[in-house]
Write a protein that binds this ligand. Structure first.
Ligand SMILES: *Cc1c(COP(=O)(O)O)cnc(C)c1O
Length: 497
């Protein structure tokens, strides 16, 4: 009689995960499995597959925060099981969100009297904030047109062609025509004059971007405001402005306090900002702030009371986590103006180090401006041999994730590489990146030779002859057009963030 089985299938807990059958079975992909598996095995298998994701800290594609202090990580983990919407059950969390709204509204110079509370809401990110702000404009415009006895079925919104994909979403989901100001070579943001030309009686608002996603440049909101004030005077309309300050909202107040882009300008009625970008919180928080309560139509606010007291809400989602709200409050009080200013200045310094390093190679044109969101966007001076997509691909080998993408219509022949400088991208990393880019350039310079060499080995006579008929230039063109095709197909779905 056998007393113990060495290869027990049932008592998995005595085996190491790698000694168990779970690492031998293919994991289900489509259907929930019939049976349970031990927690150790589930953890190990998922953890190991996730190793193949990129390293978030080396993901230079994104503005979104990838590092926070351990103390804040602890607050986040401690509140991971709190549903934000249970406001009556978690009144302190609600109070913290209100404090954040007030602090951010003051940061944006909302015209608030002493002790007056600000009008705003925490969201999942800028996208939700933009949907809400857009809805408020649409409803206000509709109410006005109805009162005037005019048609109110063809609202439009004016933006630059450089807008982030969430504006296209807003336009499509909420049936508002998007009127885009075309970009031109060397000018990659919305031209205020052209924008105001596009404004008509059906324009619900003009949306300006503080920190264009493509090259970090701030749009000239003051000029837009001044031109629009004039136009409104001439026409009798009252077209307002929204500022999409997703990335710039936590930069401009600290680096350029004199720059007038916010509620100091009378036509700016609402502003969105991503708490999870330069607000320095992990993904999952944004803010929509209105100038006054009158700028947010009452009928959009829902009052829920079945979880306790009456709670006004204006969000698209019902349930969500509380951690990000708490984390935002942590950053605001922990860093203060001083801390945010120091961090933003460091980011800007490190952007300069990177920019100078890239300029020194002599191979790139810098497309980003020194003024704006700390990022460096650059393109190759010479495309005859290689393109930006190849550089992006080869940098992956070092762990760096640096996106390459083409510019929007009327500038789409320009391809750029973009490195976003976040808080956790220190000078050492900036210098390291320059060294690795130099290595990539050197390797790329050798590639035509490598292609011919590779053809010599292992190919049959026929294919060999057929292949070498293609000149290096032809191969290059093919690679470029394949990349272009891939990018244009992916463009609308994976919009850089
Ligand atoms: C990132 C970004 C958005 C979208 O913000 P999320 O917080 O990711 O939803 C919108 N507009 C601009 C200008 C952005 O940079």
């Amino acid at each position: 009689m056998v007393l113990s089985k060495t290869n027990s299938q049932s008592d998995a807990s005595i085996h190491s995960t790698f000694g168990s059958r779970y690492v031998r079975d293919a994991l289900p992909r489509f259907k929930i499995p019939e049976n349970s598996i031990p927690k150790e095995a589930a953890f190990q298998i998922i953890n190991d597959e996730l190793m193949l994701d990129g390293n978030p800290r080396l993901n230079l594609a994104s503005f979104v925060t990838t590092w926070m202090e351990p103390e804040c990580d602890k607050l986040i983990m401690d509140s991971i099981n709190k549903n934000y919407v249970d406001m009556d059950e978690y009144p302190v969390t609600t109070e913290l969100q209100n404090r954040c709204v007030n602090m951010i509204a003051h940061l944006f110079n909302a015209p608030l009297g002493d002790g007056e509370t600000a009008c705003g809401v925490g969201t999942v990110g800028s996208s939700e904030a933009i949907m809400l702000a857009g809805l408020a404009f649409k409803r206000k415009w509709q109410n006005k047109m109805k009162a005037l006895g005019k048609p109110y079925d063809k609202p439009n919104i004016v933006t630059g062609a450089n807008v982030q994909v969430c504006w296209e979403k807003f336009a499509r989901y909420f049936e508002v025509e998007l009127k885009e100001v075309k970009l031109s070579d060397g000018y990659y943001v919305m031209d205020p004059e052209k924008a105001v030309d596009l404004v008509d009686e059906n324009t619900i608002c003009v949306a300006a971007i503080l920190g264009s996603t493509l090259n970090g440049e701030f749009e000239d909101v003051k000029r837009l405001n001044d031109l629009l004030v004039e136009k409104n005077k001439e026409t009798g309309w009252d077209t307002p402005i929204h500022v999409d300050a997703a990335s710039g909202g936590f930069i401009a107040p600290f680096l350029y306090p004199e720059l007038e882009w916010d509620f100091r300008l009378p036509l700016v009625k609402s502003i969105n900002v991503s708490g999870h970008k330069y607000g320095l919180v992990y993904a999952g928080i944004g803010w929509a702030i209105w100038r006054n309560k009158e700028d947010l139509p009452d009928e959009l606010i829902f009052h829920i009371n079945y979880l306790g007291a009456d709670q006004p809400t204006f969000t698209l989602n019902f349930s969500k986590g509380s951690s990000q709200v708490i984390a935002q409050y942590y950053q605001l009080i922990r860093l203060g103006h001083e801390g945010y200013r120091n961090i933003m200045e460091n980011c800007q310094e490190n952007a300069m180090v990177l920019r100078e390093g890239l300029e020194k190679t002599g191979r790139f044109n810098i497309v980003s401006k020194d003024h704006g969101v700390p990022l460096v966007a650059f393109s190759l001076k010479d495309h005859s041999q290689h393109n930006e997509f190849e550089i992006s691909g080869m940098l992956r080998r070092f762990g760096w994730i640096v996106p390459a993408y083409t510019m929007p219509p009327d500038a789409q022949h320009v391809t750029v590489l973009r490195v976003v400088i976040r808080e956790d991208f220190s000078r050492t990393l900036a210098e390291r990146l320059v060294i690795d880019i130099q290595t990539v350039l050197r390797e790329l310079d050798l590639i035509p030779a490598m292609v011919t060499e590779k053809l010599g080995a292992g190919e049959t006579e026929e294919t060999h002859r057929a292949v070498i008929k293609k000149t290096t230039l032809e191969v290059q063109r093919e690679i470029t057009s394949a990349w272009r095709k891939m990018v244009s197909e992916k463009k609308k779905t994976n919009g850089i963030c």
